[in-house]
Design a binder for this molecule. Structure first.
Ligand code: DON
Length: 307
C-alpha cells in the first residue's frame, strides 16, 4: 500500500524541482495540430494497483496519446494473432535509430515501438474493416482506463493524415516486402487513428496501473489483458519504449515506460502503480523533457526503480 499523502507531497516536490525545465525543448510541430496546445501545460497522475489515484496540475486535458498507442497496438496484436506471428514480423531489439526511421527494417521491423513496428502490429489487429478495428481499440482503451470516456481527437487525426508522408511510405514499403498484408492505406489509417486517441493523465495512469496489476482490473474482478501479453509488453517498454534513449532512461528512471510526441509519458511499476506525466516540450528523441525529470525524481524518492 502506498501512502497517498506522502505520494502527493513527493509529486508536488518533483513538480517544483522540474520548474527550471519548463521552457526547455520544443512541442512537436510535424503534426501541425499538436503545436496548437499550450506549451506550458503540465499534469501528473499516479494510480496504485488498489485503484487509488493522486493527480496534480491539469488532469482533465485530453492529451493526444500518439506513440503510447503503440502499447495498445502491440497488446491487441498479441491477443489477436499470438506472439509467434507478431514476432515473425517485428523483432524485440532496441535500436539507435529514430522512431520514424526506415533503416531498421530488413526481414522484420526491429521492434514494435518504432512507427514501422506499430504499423505492423496495427496490421495484425482483427476486425471486419478499419472502423470496426478502431472501435475494438477504443473499447480496449476504455476498459483499461476504468470505463471512462475515451476521446477521438479528430483534428489531430486529420492533421496527421494530411502530413504523414513518411508513415505512408513506411506502410507501402512494408507491404512491398510482405511484412504487412492487406491495404496499406487502411493500415496506415488505423495506426494514425490510434495516435489520435485523447486521454487525460488520470486515464493514462489507470491504464498503467492495470498493466502493473498483471492485466487485471483494479477491483481484481476481470483479466483485461492476458498475463503473458502484459509481461512481453512491459519487457519491450523497458528496453525500447523511449526510443534511442531507452537505455539511458532505464538507468535513470528504472521502470518500463512509453512516450508520445503529444508530450505524455506512461510509466509502469509492476505490482505497485502506473504513473503518467504530461508536458508537451520534447527533446530530440521525441520524449517530454520535464516528464522525464519528474519521473526520474519520483522514482528515487518513492523507490520505484525495479532494479
Ligand atoms: O507516427 C508518428 O510520427 C506519430 N503519430 C507518433 C510518433 C511518436 O509519438 C513518437 N514518440 N515519442
Amino acid at each position: 500500500m502506498m501512502d497517498l499523502i506522502e505520494t502527493e507531497r513527493i509529486l508536488k516536490l518533483a513538480i517544483k524541482n522540474s520548474e527550471n525545465l519548463k521552457c526547455e525543448g520544443e512541442v512537436a510541430s510535424y503534426i501541425p495540430e499538436l503545436a496548437n496546445v499550450d506549451q506550458d501545460n503540465f499534469g501528473v497522475s499516479l494510480t496504485t494497483t488498489e485503484g487509488e489515484t493522486v493527480s496534480l496540475g491539469d488532469d482533465k486535458f485530453k492529451i493526444s496519446i500518439q506513440s503510447i498507442s503503440k502499447v495498445i497496438d502491440l497488446i491487441m496484436a498479441l491477443e489477436d494473432v499470438g506472439a509467434e506471428k507478431v514476432f515473425s514480423k517485428v523483432g524485440t531489439e532496441p535500436t539507435e535509430y529514430k522512431f520514424n526511421s526506415l533503416i531498421p527494417i530488413e526481414e522484420k521491423v526491429v521492434n514494435p515501438f518504432l512507427n514501422a513496428g506499430a504499423i505492423t502490429t496495427s496490421s495484425l489487429i482483427s476486425g471486419s474493416d478499419v472502423i470496426n478495428k478502431f472501435n475494438r481499440v477504443m473499447k480496449k482503451v476504455s476498459e483499461l482506463s476504468n470505463g471512462d470516456e475515451v476521446t477521438f481527437l479528430e483534428e489531430v487525426y486529420k492533421s496527421e493524415m494530411r502530413t504523414t508522408d513518411r508513415n505512408r511510405s513506411i506502410a507501402y514499403y512494408l507491404k512491398s516486402i510482405g511484412i504487412i498484408e492487406g491495404n496499406a492505406e487502411e493500415i496506415l489509417d488505423l495506426y494514425v487513428r490510434g495516435c489520435s486517441i485523447g486521454l487525460n493523465v488520470r486515464q493514462l495512469s489507470t491504464i498503467g496501473a492495470v498493466l502493473a496489476n498483471g492485466g487485471r482490473s483494479l477491483d481484481n474482478k476481470v483479466q483485461l489483458v492476458e498475463k503473458e501479453v502484459v509481461k512481453t509488453t512491459l519487457a519491450l517498454m523497458a528496453t525500447c519504449g523511449m526510443y534511442e534513449e531507452s537505455g539511458k532512461y532505464l538507468i535513470e528512471v528504472g521502470f518500463p515506460s512509453k512516450s508520445g510526441v503529444g508530450g505524455a509519458i506512461l510509466g509502469i511499476i509492476p505490482g505497485k502503480c502506473g504513473v503518467c506525466t504530461y508536458s508537451p516540450r520534447l527533446d530530440e528523441s521525441g520524449n517530454s523533457i520535464r516528464g522525464k525529470k519528474v519521473l526520474a525524481e519520483i522514482s528515487k524518492t518513492l523507490d520505484l526503480n525495479i532494479f
